[in-house]
Design a protein around this ligand. Sequence first.
Ligand code: DNO
Length: 350
Amino acid sequence: MKMKMSFRWYGKDDPVSLQYISQIPGMHSVVSAVYDVKPGEVWSEEALLNIKNECLSHGLVFDVVESIPVHEDIKLGRNNADRLIDVYCENIRRCAKYGVKCITYNFMPVFDWTRTQLDKKAPDGSTSLVMYMDQLKNLNPLEDDIHLPGWDASYTQSQVRGLIGAYEKLGQEGLWENLTVFLKRVIPVAEECGVKMAIHPDDPPYQIFGLPRIITCEENIDRFLSIVDSKSNCLCLCTGSLGCAGSNDIVAMVNKYSKAGRIAFMHIRNVKLMEDGSFEERAHLSMCGSLDICEIVRVLAMNKYDGYVRPDHGRMIWGEQGRPGYGLYDRALGATYLNGLFEAFEKKYN
Ligand code: DNO
């Protein structure tokens, strides 16, 4: 197939083993990272070589990194941002040396993806991640001690408060400026190394807790792509993240950006949107949520998309215990469903 199917693996501590991943039909790439170093530190070559070799020993290729986290001081444009960007560039070079072709990152202040509940039970007994607006109203990181798995746990609560204050001062335009500084330094290095940088959209794609969020909609993504007009300055287009804002037309966005060759990585999952803006993560099939996954894959195949795809967040099914969103079974079902769609549409548009 043209597109490359991939699966996220959290390394040796991941309850989902590389052997299990290799047993999923059509699996090509492993999406991983050196997870035991803090943002702003250099990744050891030994660690990268180990991931590469372990994947190879299971017939898989480690060619996608998710993520090299961007240090908050870079996003805030603080004094040591310059040095931290040097470290970031060095990490890109090192990843490339061990075969990585695509690097995912995000520019979300303080918190990565945010949900209000990670184990919401559906009538069929499966559980999934949800964001309910009435639960969100009761979460206040300025007052409460909140820890969610998508968030960087290395900050203390008082550091989090300090960061939130700093971002409030910075505002959206300040964040755009710092993103511009970052891209202008990092993209030329990625070009040199043959790597595509793939920014993950903000999840959810609107402000939470008063923090600025900018990778949220078509207008802003156009602005992002024009900062450095390069085939190395790409998107990790996450259907479930952008899809939680009803105003985003995901099929149109996937069509536009894949036609322009600016999608390096697709995170594909479905969400069910509620009237008040709440959403529930659902099984991948179009019939299970609000997004037309079939149409998303059709336009990718029509545009001869040859980048990476991964089934994003799965539900917990069949009694599986594990990292919320990242169990084996439902993501494997998602991969199989997506492989079926890609096989059919790639044949059609060949
Ligand atoms: C959530 C993931 C994100 C993603 C980062 C990329 O499940 O898709 O945490 O890895 O935002 O930096």
